[in-house]
Design a protein around this ligand. Structure first.
Ligand SMILES: [Zn+2]
Ligand SMILES: [Zn+2]
Length: 577
């Protein structure tokens, strides 16, 4: 018996903070979706969850854009943050706190955290020469310098990271560097920066990684390989105006490097929301039984599996280190990398102009979530998922069961009598998939979990075909009642398992089953048991999903163009492209 999991305690569920210079596309909304699905799942398990993410607002791209427009960068990010928050709402992404790095709580937290690291001896200063653009009159950190990657030779690596091989870089590592704004060759200038002594934590982080039992293989292997090359101290200040002021003595005019402060957003955003609801931050972050989950893309592995744990270890031994880093591989769009400049891909606001109900997108993205390898979004696959999986397998099964009860049992859940082998086999099969669903979700393997939901629905359709209640009802009404009682219970199980993925549809199923209590107040059964009591009146039965029309694929270019135009009009100017 694999059942009877115990309450595990507290959970901190997070998604990587999207940089607020663009709208999320299908590949980047995956992380926020993952965190939302996980939060919903854990709540139905009865766990104590706080879920956070937020807009990453600082950093050079926004500063330069504001400079070019001669406006306050905050004006750009206010508009962009409001828009992205609204898009997340429309997608049904309801984290407890979608904060921002301009939040006063975050800024205060970051400054105190940094001073704490300095006090503990993990911060030192160093004079350095850095690339400087004489034409633009700025230092060229991070994304403001480009060149050839010293590791893989990719010609457009940025100063902080190579998009091709994922290597974290220093601007001076680049071969044939150029200013990313004007393309000119930078000169070198002297400046002082504050460094985080990552080297001093190398052994500790390595041991933590090696002994970690829950990290996905891709995360563990990548990080250990990365550490093998040796951890170098990393500069945590920048000569930028837009950001959180570096709190160190003598660092006036400098700001904290956006990457380091954004990582602390997981802590500050949970502090913000926990304290708002009268709970303490320490109660979650210091509790040995708290699990922390990070939904990120594979390009963010070093920051979450090496740098963040190192920062937490250096700051306070009591902090919970990452439990699960759910680092997905890349999602491609029709076989190509998403690209804003080449307009390859589909953006989160556009998607809802194509199909207004986020459940279709949420389900499709769960089905193709790149958990093991890079996966591909294609319109052909999307149609297949919506039409044959969501509509035929799941929607039709639920509809068959409920309309039969409506028609033959006066909309009342019938009373079962003794179960025979066919019933028992079906129940066992459903329970096996349900159990697999729970296990997969606990590991954040959402794609695998979605397969179990489909298996439950498919088993249900086969059970109905085998039992043929339409014949049973004429010969032995009680027998048909038993069949429909069992079937109705799997419908309830489908509502519960679908809820993290397709919350709107799950709530509709719940209402059709006649529940007055909201679905959110129910719990996943932990023992093999029936959920619905016989005798309950079910609600009005309506089709759950709609199929995409046959000519959808033929017309897709036109459909995308129209959606794109509508989204474009709605976006703040800064986010149009
Ligand atoms: Zn590279
Ligand atoms: Zn320049």
């Amino acid at each position: 018996m694999r059942f009877g999991w115990k309450i595990l305690g507290k959970w901190i569920v997070t998604a990587a903070w999207p940089y607020i210079n663009s709208v999320l596309h299908l590949g980047t909304i995956l992380h926020l979706l993952g965190a939302d699905m996980m939060t919903r799942f854990l709540r139905l398990l009865g766990e104590d969850v706080v879920s956070v993410s937020g807009s990453d607002e600082h950093g050079t791209p926004i500063e330069v854009e504001a400079r070019r427009k001669n406006i306050d960068p905050r004006k750009l990010t206010d508009e962009a943050h409001a828009y992205v928050t609204e898009i997340l709402r429309r997608w049904g992404i309801e984290l407890d706190n979608y904060s921002r790095t301009e939040s006063p709580v975050h800024k205060k937290f970051v400054k105190e955290f940094m001073l704490g690291l300095e006090e503990k001896g993990y911060i030192f200063t160093q004079k350095m020469v850095l690339p400087y653009c004489e034409r633009d009159k700025i230092f060229l950190p991070d994304r403001f310098i480009e060149g050839k990657c010293p590791r893989c030779g990719y010609p457009n690596a940025r100063g902080d990271q190579c998009d091709s091989c994922g290597a974290l870089l220093d601007p001076l590592d680049l071969i044939s560097p150029r200013c990313a704004i004007c393309g000119s060759k930078p000169v070198l200038r002297e400046t002082t920066h504050w460094f985080f002594d990552l080297r001093a934590l190398e052994d500790k982080v390595r041991r933590w990684l090696e002994n970690h039992g829950e990290l996905w293989d891709n995360v563990k292997n990548y990080s250990l390989r990365w550490i093998k090359e040796g951890l170098k101290p990393r500069s945590i200040t920048r000569d930028n105006a837009w950001g959180i002021e570096a709190p160190f003595k003598g660092a006036e005019g400098k700001t904290i490097y956006v990457w380091f402060e954004a990582l602390l957003g997981y802590l500050s955003a949970s502090k913000e929301v926990l304290e708002r609801s009268g709970r303490s931050f320490e109660e979650f972050w210091y509790d040995e039984n708290t699990k922390t989950i990070y939904f990120i893309g594979k390009d963010n592995i070093p920051f979450h599996a090496v740098i963040l744990p190192a920062m937490l270890m250096a700051s306070d031994e009591r902090y919970r280190l990452p439990s699960i880093i759910s680092a997905t591989e890349y999602l491609l769009y029709e076989g190509e990398k998403f690209s804003k400049s080449r307009r390859i891909g589909l953006w989160a606001d556009e998607a809802l102009y194509i199909i207004n109900d986020p459940d279709y997108w949420r389900f499709a993205l769960a089905r193709i979530r790149p958990e093991e390898r890079d996966t591909n979004f294609s319109w052909r696959e999307f149609v297949k998922i919506v039409n044959s999986e969501l509509n035929d397998d799941i929607g039709n099964y639920i509809n068959r069961v409920l309309t039969f009860i409506e028609k033959h049992f006066d909309s009342t859940i019938p009373k079962p009598r003794e179960l025979d082998n066919t019933d028992q086999e079906f129940i066992d099969r459903v329970w096996l998939h349900y159990s697999e669903y729970i296990d997969s979700m606990l590991k954040t393997k959402i794609k695998h979990a979605s397969e179990q939901i489909l298996e439950i629905a498919r088993a249900g359709n086969q059970y109905l075909n085998k039992r043929a209640p339409w014949d049973e009802v004429r010969i032995d009404r009680e027998r048909a009642g038993t069949t429909m009682y069992i079937a109705a219970n799997t419908v309830a199980l489908l509502a519960l398992t679908l809820y993290p993925l397709t919350p709107n549809a799950a709530r509709r199923i719940w209402r059709m089953l006649g529940y007055e209590e909201p679905l959110e107040r129910s719990r996943y059964p932990s023992q093999k048991s029936f959920i619905i009591p016989p005798g309950r009146k079910i609600g009005k039965v309506e089709p759950l999903f709609k199929k995409l029309p046959q000519d959808f694929i033929e017309r897709i270019e036109k459909i995308i163009a129209e959606a794109r135009e509508k989204a474009q009009k709605e976006r703040p100017e800064y986010l149009r492209f």
